[in-house]
Design a protein around this ligand. Structure first.
Ligand code: ADP
Length: 195
C-alpha cells in the first residue's frame, strides 16, 4: 500500500497549507484545501462564496451541508481518482461520517491521517505574522483566538477518533518547513503507508 489517500489535521497556524503542497508533490496527489476553495469563492463572489464569507470572516466553520457538498464534488474530479490529500477536511465528526460514506461508495479507504502539532503560543505568533504579511480577513487577533477555540471544540475530537482507527500519524510542526516535511515523509513511509 502507498500513501495515496491522506488527510491533514492540525490547529490553525500549524502549517497545514505549506506542508500540503510538499506532500502533494512528494506523493503525486492533488492537495485539496477546503479553506483555499472557500477563499477563492469569496474573492470571486460566487454563490458559495457569498454564503461562506460570513463564516470565514468570523472564524466559524462553514455549515457541514455546504462543506460536504463541496468536497463531494471535488473528490469526483478525475484528478482525485488515484488519490488525494485533504487539507482541512474533515473538521467535524459529522464531516468524518460523510467522508466515510464518500469513500465507501467509491470502494476505497484512507491510508493515513497526518496530525501536525504546534503549541498555542507558536500558532498565535505565526498567524499574527501572516496577518501582517498577507492580510487574511480571519487573521485578526480576536478571530484567531476564536478559530483556536472552534478547533479545540469541534476538530480536536477527530484526533482520538482516527487514533482508534489506527490511522493517525503525529508530527511535530515546529521547525524549518523542510525539516517538518522530512519528518512527515519519514513517519508515513516508515509506518502508516509502508505495509
Ligand atoms: P486555518 O486552519 O488556518 O484556520 P483554513 O484555510 O484551513 O485555515 O480554513 C479557513 C476557514 O475556512 C475556516 O475558519 C472555516 O471558516 C473554513 N473551513 C475550511 N475548511 C472547513 C471545513 N472542513 N468545515 C467547515 N469550515 C471550513
Amino acid at each position: 500500500m502507498s500513501c495515496q489517500r491522506l488527510l491533514l489535521i492540525g490547529p490553525p497556524g500549524a502549517g497545514k497549507g505549506t506542508q500540503a503542497a510538499k506532500l502533494s508533490e512528494h506523493y503525486g496527489i492533488p492537495a485539496i484545501s477546503t479553506g483555499d476553495i472557500f477563499r477563492k469563492n469569496v474573492s470571486e463572489q460566487t454563490e458559495l462564496g457569498k454564503q461562506a464569507k460570513v463564516f470565514l470572516d468570523s472564524g466559524e466553520y462553514v455549515p457541514d451541508s455546504l462543506t460536504n457538498a463541496l468536497v463531494r464534488d471535488r473528490l469526483a474530479q478525475p484528478d482525485a481518482a488515484g488519490g488525494f490529500l485533504l487539507d482541512g477536511y474533515p473538521r467535524t465528526v459529522d464531516q468524518v461520517a460523510e467522508l466515510d460514506r464518500m469513500l465507501s461508495a467509491a470502494d476505497t479507504r484512507l491510508d493515513a491521517v497526518v496530525l501536525i502539532t504546534a503549541d498555542r503560543e507558536q500558532i498565535v505568533a505565526r498567524l499574527l505574522r501572516r496577518a501582517a504579511e498577507q492580510g487574511r480577513s480571519d487573521d485578526t487577533e480576536d478571530v484567531i483566538t476564536h478559530r483556536i477555540q472552534v478547533y479545540e471544540a469541534q476538530t480536536a475530537p477527530l484526533i482520538e477518533l482516527y487514533g482508534k482507527r489506527d490511522l493517525l500519524v503525529t508530527v511535530d510542526g515546529i521547525g524549518e518547513v523542510d525539516a517538518v516535511s522530512q519528518r512527515i515523509f519519514a513517519a508515513l513511509d516508515g509506518a502508516a503507508c509502508a505495509a
